[in-house]
Design a protein around this ligand. Structure first.
Ligand code: NAD
Length: 494
């Protein structure tokens, strides 16, 4: 990746975008549009179609038609694999173009976006393509006079709703297994970052995915999103986003056709550093990037830091040093470690969270203010708050910004109680040289993932999802296929 290539791509004019239904672009029936505002300089980049219930209905009908027609749903898994591998190759071939498009839309630093968005999406599609012709049904252990077969079938029409922080990576975690299993899909991208998912649909068509199997309806959550959740002919809804919207989707399911709903929600993940951590400097560096990369707009971000008292001063000095080295800047400059915050509203929310924490008695050690104001974009200096207690809002509630809440602890029990003092349970980390301590913490922490001497980086081979109010869906790994398939029994008298 060269700066000159990035500069060329960022200069490209982005045409006004349409919906993608039935294998081709289509305008919203109402012809309504939404401006796309760049988080980098506050300028209008382009516009997207403001789809609503009528467009969602058209997309779902097209998806159902494709499903029933069977050229994808009943194709041999090896045939689906061929198309999906071509799809993954195309995403990879266009990776830089897609990454730059996404950064212009949501502000993630390019180094991270390139790997986490197109490259990760291509890897995910390839993983499920490779898997799908290796998944067998079952023969039940019945008596000899019958044959019990357990078939695994696609569900039908899958609705996908994703957030703006990593729309492609998270989208692919759902689209990949759903398509591989033979379903048709309707995606509702986040209104703050729709462009890459639209591009993804074009590449799927180019790869040979039959028309109508993958559709994209852009628009607002409250109209297009909710219409998808309420649609009577959507069989399953796979969602990543906030808890408030997750609750709403469960209600929509109850009020419509009882569609299955898989929820991947927010987090307030504890990062626990014991005095015997193998390498304090490394732990501090990884802890800083574990909260501050992508301006903290990462569901698994280690937003609560717990440091054992005996090494607190030493660790905090290393943490400050590591944080000072992270350069906040134009996300399309390769020298920037942290890019822009997705929207003015999110920036405001982050600044307010810092002010509120201070008002509740936390100490602002560094950062927490808006910077690069002259750019017109949304930038914030990473904030470290100390003397945070378990009753403060900043300890319990997700900010989804570059805000780290720090506290100290004495011993193991203390650390476990503080770590679990939140309604969330998405991710966590423990830094220790003791194998037994690490395993005890893995058992004690209520979270979907416990990193040991690491933060982040868990690949596609392992599931991701929450405990408690972080949701109950599981993306990634072969387990994700369960969400997009159903079991059917054949009971055959012999
Ligand atoms: P959000 O819940 O506001 O929006 C997510 C998506 O839901 C968007 O596409 C939005 O348009 C849509 N939506 C909004 N209202 C809707 C409605 N009434 N009906 C249907 N759809 C609706 O979340 P966000 O602000 O885009 O993303 C940030 C949140 O996502 C954070 O809470 C973060 O932790 C969470 N997140 C979780 C994971 C995970 O894997 N668990 C990953 C990334 C982000």
């Amino acid at each position: 990746m060269q700066q000159a290539q990035i500069d060329r791509l960022r200069a490209a004019v982005i045409p006004a975008q349409q919906l993608f239904i039935g294998g081709r672009p289509a305008p919203a029936i109402s012809e309504a549009r939404l401006d796309v505002v760049s988080p980098i300089d506050g300028q209008v980049l382009t516009s997207i179609a403001d789809g609503d219930a009528a467009d969602v209905d058209a997309a779902v009908r097209r998806a159902r038609q494709a499903f029933e027609q069977g050229s994808w749903s009943r194709a041999a898994p090896a045939q689906r694999k061929k198309v999906l591998l071509r799809f993954a190759d195309l995403i990879e071939q266009h990776a830089l173009e897609i990454a730059v498009l996404g950064v212009r839309d949501n502000g993630t630093e390019i180094g991270m976006a390139y790997k986490a968005e197109p490259l990760s999406a291509a890897g995910t599609i390839r993983y499920y393509a490779e898997a799908i012709d290796k998944v067998y049904g079952e023969i039940a252990p019945t008596s000899g006079d019958v044959l019990g077969l357990v078939h695994r079938e696609p569900l039908g029409v899958v609705g996908v709703i994703v957030p703006w922080n990593f729309p492609l990576m998270i989208g692919a975690w759902k689209i990949g297994p759903a398509l591989a299993a033979g379903n048709s899909v309707v995606v509702k991208p986040p209104e703050l970052a729709s462009l890459t998912l639209l591009r993804l649909a074009e590449l799927a068509a180019e790869a040979g995915l039959p028309d109508g199997v993958l559709n994209v309806v852009t628009g607002r959550g409250s109209s297009a999103g909710e219409a998808l959740a309420l649609h009577m002919d959507v069989d399953v809804l796979a969602f990543t986003g906030s808890g408030a919207v997750g609750r709403r989707l469960l209600e929509c399911s109850a009020r419509s056709n009882l569609k299955r709903v898989h929820l991947e929600l927010g987090g307030k993940s504890p990062n626990i550093v014991f005095a015997d951590a193998p390498d304090i400097r490394h732990a501090a560096k990884v802890s800083a990037s574990g909260i501050f990369r992508n301006s903290g707009q990462v569901c698994v971000a280690g937003s609560r830091l717990l440091v054992q008292s005996s090494i607190y001063d030493r660790f905090m000095a290393e943490l400050l040093d590591a944080t000072a080295k992270l350069r906040v800047g134009d996300p399309l400059e390769l020298t920037s470690d942290i890019g822009a915050i997705s929207s003015k509203a999110q920036l405001r929310k982050n600044l307010d969270a810092v002010a509120h924490a201070e008002a509740q008695g936390a100490t602002r050690l560094v950062g927490g203010e808006q910077i690069r104001v002259e750019s017109g974009g949304n930038f914030m200096a990473p904030a470290i708050l100390t003397e945070v207690t378990a009753t403060m809002q900043v300890w319990r509630e997700e900010v989804f910004g570059p805000v780290l809440a720090v506290t100290r602890f004495e011993g193991e029990e203390d650390a476990i109680a503080l770590a679990n003092a939140t309604p969330y349970g998405l991710a966590s980390a423990v830094w220790t040289a003791s194998l037994s301590m690490a395993h005890r913490m893995v058992r004690a922490i209520k979270a979907g993932v416990v990193h040991v001497n690491a933060y982040g980086g868990a690949d596609i081979t392992v599931p991701l999802g929450g405990f408690k109010q972080s949701g109950f869906g599981r993306d990634k790994s072969l387990h994700a296929l369960d969400a997009y398939t159903d079991l059917k029994t054949a009971w055959i008298a012999l």
